[in-house]
Design a binder for this molecule. Sequence first.
Ligand code: AGP
Length: 608
Amino acid sequence: MCGIVGAIARRNVAKILLEGLSRLEYRGYDSSGVAINNLDGVSSHRAVGKVQALRDKFTAEPLDGKIGIAHTRWATHGKPTEANAHPHFSGEDLALVHNGIIENHEPLRRELKAKGYEFKSETDTEVIVHLIHDALKTEPDLLKAVQNVLTKLHGAFAIGVVKNDENGRFIAARKGSPLVVGVGIEENFIASDQLALLHVTDQFIFLEEGDVVELTRDQVTIFDEKGEVQERPISVFNHNVDATDKGEFRHYMMKEIYEQSSVISACLEGRISETKVLTSCFGAESEFLKDIENVHIVACGTSYHAGMVAKYWIEDLAGIPCSVEVASEYRYRKVAVPKKTLFLTLSQSGETADTLAALRMAKELGYLTTLAICNVPSSTLVRESALTLLTNAGPEIGVASTKAFTTQLTALLITSVAIAVENGLSAEKEQELVQAMRSLPAYINDALAQDAHIKVIADRFANKHNALFLGRGTMFPIALEGSLKLKEISYIHAEAYPAGELKHGPLALVDEDMPIIALVPHNDMLDKLKSNLQEVAARGGELYVFADKETDLHNEDNIVFTEVPKVDRILEPIVHTIPLQLLSYHVAVVKGTDVDQPRNLAKSVTVE
Ligand code: AGP
């Protein structure tokens, strides 16, 4: 997490950097800072809190210069204080910004202290800038000094470095953390994400692991890990810049909830015909589908919940085993890989450190192939996976994932059906499923029609401290996702259970202060779920039931009923997600929390 931006131009870069930081705030917003290199030296402003606090400092005391680096922080080492905010300096002339974690910072710090370096922060980052300063004593060329220092660092980094007497260039590098180069006309840039630079360019170079870059106004020179100059292709960004606007909505999260019908259409487009899943969507090598005998899905957070739904679909439709695991566990254990197993990762950002590490490990384990279902075409996950299915959700800015989740589910449904077809799914059933998928965007709109009603019931959650979500079958992962959304943005403690587990422990929590949110589609689990609800009602629990009309459930003394459209069973987890997103959104608004940037979190988790 953390976001970095850098610029070299013929104009003052301060505004470019501040705008870049605002666009990167989703990566962290504990503190921010800018260092500008001009003929008088390297000057800087740093501020605790959001980028606005830094903007206020620039208003009070503008900085002017044509080379600069900037940073927005998500604290890992050391509290969110001004002293820990980046850029970090060694002496007055050398400044650095860093995203990532330096794992061997402690021995490096001891070595540097022994050489007389004084540390002003608690960060791991400060060792890098002192190491470069130290290296410059024997290697006066900044580029070479940076290259030498990088060989000593263990962990993950993307860095930008400016030095006072280097008025025509600055240096950047990446290994394990994302960094793109933005190419302009007589100006060049770096950033953790291309979104940060869309106000100045739409041409990007995606750096590879171990790349070091020298940026001048007219040239970008890239050196690989061995120090050899490399040409990397320039890609042109093809999303509408307006996708990063809130438009008429008060929060990005609400805008993104409302976009779901159209982005699900975009996700389906070109992937299904009237009757079939078009396997060409997996690329030229779609023959892998017929060889799959097992599936391992690995992801984090909301993406993991999407994977849990896919397990039900794959085992039900294709009849082959599927396991789902959080990446932070998978990557640190010995995994037994059955023959002909597909390794499938899910990630909105494609930069999640644990998921990337899991992919890298999996590549050594003899999987059939690796498939990434991802929202960011230029991400590391996409570039490092053999096959990709993009979710086409467009930029998601709200930290709480919404449209990225439902498009992941849509892409997973396409994938599940494609695998099932190779495992004996009939043409008739395939057609039925594809037709269900085609009606999905309309059902999403129907589900959104409950917004006003959900806003009213959200008021009743404002003074609650706990909530319990229940579901069975594919509704269990949706219950988990609903509870994650509620805790992320409203800070209410929430848990989710498969409803059948209630009597094995969580029932002890139920009393009149505990709202129970039950997801109740009309399917073959209905009667069992109704019995579970009786168990709650008998203990005075307040039930919030999200169900379709055919369930014959309605408002009663201890039941608050919200209607969800009646849909084909396969679509239930996608459609039932919508009211839960709306519920968590409205509860957060009532509580007055920071909906788009909840405390302690960041959008893209690029550290372990
Ligand atoms: C979702 O609301 C969360 N912010 C978080 O759980 C997220 O899904 C997780 O960090 C994984 O991110 P990814 O999909 O970008 O890999």
